[in-house]
Design a protein around this ligand. Structure first.
Ligand code: HEM
Length: 469
């Protein structure tokens, strides 16, 4: 069967979700195919469709490089300069050094230590909607959790979080209404904020990622200020857009498969296994690129040095050679070698265990607290994120008949307020108050001054970088 041509670089191609049917056909015919047309890449790009080939490419960082960057450009005008210094764009040995340093912030113990805080956020988020009969799952539930968790991890004080959230949405979000200048300005503000935090932590360390990054040293190397700024940016983006879509698309997958939803409600110990399956079936990140460093062969195809190769993770995750009943959600699927966090190799998602923990706690709450949870649409008509990289919904109206308390019991009148007060109090107690006061004192003046000076008409990544140096 002849295949129609799809502009895989263009976000509009994914307006109805990932084209699974198209890829199912391609997978049958070929493990790799070429796309000649691209608005700025004259030499086109290759696309991988099968699970095992993505494993091979991901794990061979000698032959397949992430530099200059692993992103798909959508338009001619897109300026990716600056992104070459992000962790995700580096190759060994630079990547190895930097990854070892930032790994210290994501050890199993550090992630496990966040459990109580994450649980508190989950409880608070659901308490917040408990007196309604419905809400927008995206903005009222899924967005908030990862943003709060990253802020906890990094050490952003509670009172600054909404500002950081706004900047994050503006700089990286897929809301088309923001101009490039607004995005650049928001990015600039994040840099300055990260610098401000570093200055404060140099005076007095806290138990947070910024303090840890300032102290981290390997083979006489420590991180430069600019690297910390870039990492701060990458974390906000990598940790939030992804996890929120796992929560929303995962919920919808359960609602569309009631037998699986019920099975899970009866067997809550299956939640971690179900999270892996939701990762597989929803695959929030659709692709990353590698660039061949030498002439080579991939999936039997000759590839020239400099050629771009895209790994389409949702296709690998539905590969019939790897997964039985590949299009079906099976909450008990085990083993499950999905590639939603990447297909192994040095760039495997740094936040995988954190995302898994967030999802586990959130899904446990969704399954036990909402009674008769429903979404009027199976996803066909819901608006999607406008992106060639992230697959998810931008709105998802859900309804329920009742919200239970966190032990699965009926909520008593007034108990929602009580819970909220308790949680806010708890959060306040563990917030680094002193730092937050200092930041408040230092940040607005300093940021305003710096911004006044550094406000060229058109900011670009390159200019931003120079300013931040
Ligand atoms: C459902 C949630 C998530 C998904 C699906 C996801 C997916 C991915 C993927 C596909 C990669 C690229 C792997 C590769 O190129 O081989 C990646 C890298 C990365 N992720 Fe995640 N991610 C998630 C959550 C998070 C979270 C919560 C954080 C941090 C708070 C995070 C931080 C990162 C970072 C820093 C990298 C770059 C690692 C490197 O280049 O060494 N991610 N993620």
């Amino acid at each position: 069967m002849a295949l129609e041509k799809l502009d895989l670089h263009h976000p509009s191609t994914f307006i109805n979700g990932f084209p699974h049917e198209y890829f199912r056909e391609v997978r049958k015919q070929t493990p790799i195919f070429f796309q000649e047309e691209h608005p700025s890449w004259k030499d086109g790009y290759w696309n991988l469709t099968r699970h095992n080939d993505m494993y091979e490419v991901s794990r061979d960082s000698e032959t397949f490089k992430c530099s200059p960057h692993p992103f798909m450009e959508a338009e001619k005008s897109e300026d990716q300069s600056g992104s070459e210094n992000l962790l995700i764009s580096l190759d060994p040995p630079d990547h190895t050094r930097m990854r070892k340093l930032v790994n210290k912030g994501f050890t199993p113990k550090r992630v496990q230590d966040l459990t109580e805080r994450i649980q508190n956020h989950v409880d608070r988020i659901i308490d917040n909607v408990a007196d309604k009969k419905g809400c927008d799952m995206v903005s009222d539930i899924a967005v908030e959790l990862p943003l709060q968790v990253i802020a906890d991890l990094v050490g952003v004080p509670v009172e600054d979080r909404h500002q950081i959230f706004e900047w994050t949405e503006m700089s990286f979000g897929f809301d088309e209404t923001f101009t490039n200048e607004q995005r650049a300005e928001a990015t600039m503000n994040m840099y300055i904020y990260a610098e401000g935090m570093c200055e404060l932590r140099k005076e007095e360390r806290q138990d947070d990622l910024i303090s840890l990054l300032l102290d981290a040293e390997i083979d006489d190397h420590s991180l430069e200020q600019q690297q910390i700024n870039l990492f701060f940016l990458l974390l906000q983006n990598a940790g939030s857009e992804t996890t929120r879509n796992l929560i929303t698309s995962g919920t919808l997958a359960l609602l569309n498969n009631r037998d699986q939803l019920e099975k899970l409600q009866k067997n809550l110990e299956l939640v971690p296994t179900a999270v892996e399956e939701m990762l597989r079936i929803t695959t929030p990140v659709m692709q990353f690129k590698r660039t061949a460093s030498v002439d080579t062969i991939v999936a039997g195809q000759k590839i020239k040095k400099g050629d771009k190769i895209f790994m389409w993770y949702p296709s690998g995750n539905r590969d019939e050679n790897e997964f039985e009943n590949h299009d079906q959600l099976d909450v008990a699927r085990d083993p499950n070698h999905h590639i939603s966090f990447g297909a192994g190799g040095p760039h495997f998602c740094l936040g995988a265990s954190l995302a898994r923990l967030e999802a586990k706690l959130m899904f446990e709450a969704i399954l036990t607290r909402f009674v008769d949870l429903d979404c009027a649409d199976d996803g066909t008509n819901l608006p999607r994120v406008y992106s060639n990289m992230i697959d998810g919904y931008s709105k998802m109206p859900i309804t329920w008949s009742e919200v239970r308390d966190k032990d699965g019991k009926k909520l008593k009148t007034g108990s929602k307020k009580g819970n909220l007060e308790k949680l806010t109090h708890k959060l306040k107690k563990i917030e680094p108050k002193k730092v937050s006061r200092k930041l408040k004192r230092v940040e607005p003046k300093k940021v305003a001054q710096k911004l006044k000076k550094a406000k060229p008409k058109k900011l670009t990544w390159k200019k931003l970088q120079k300013k931040a140096q």
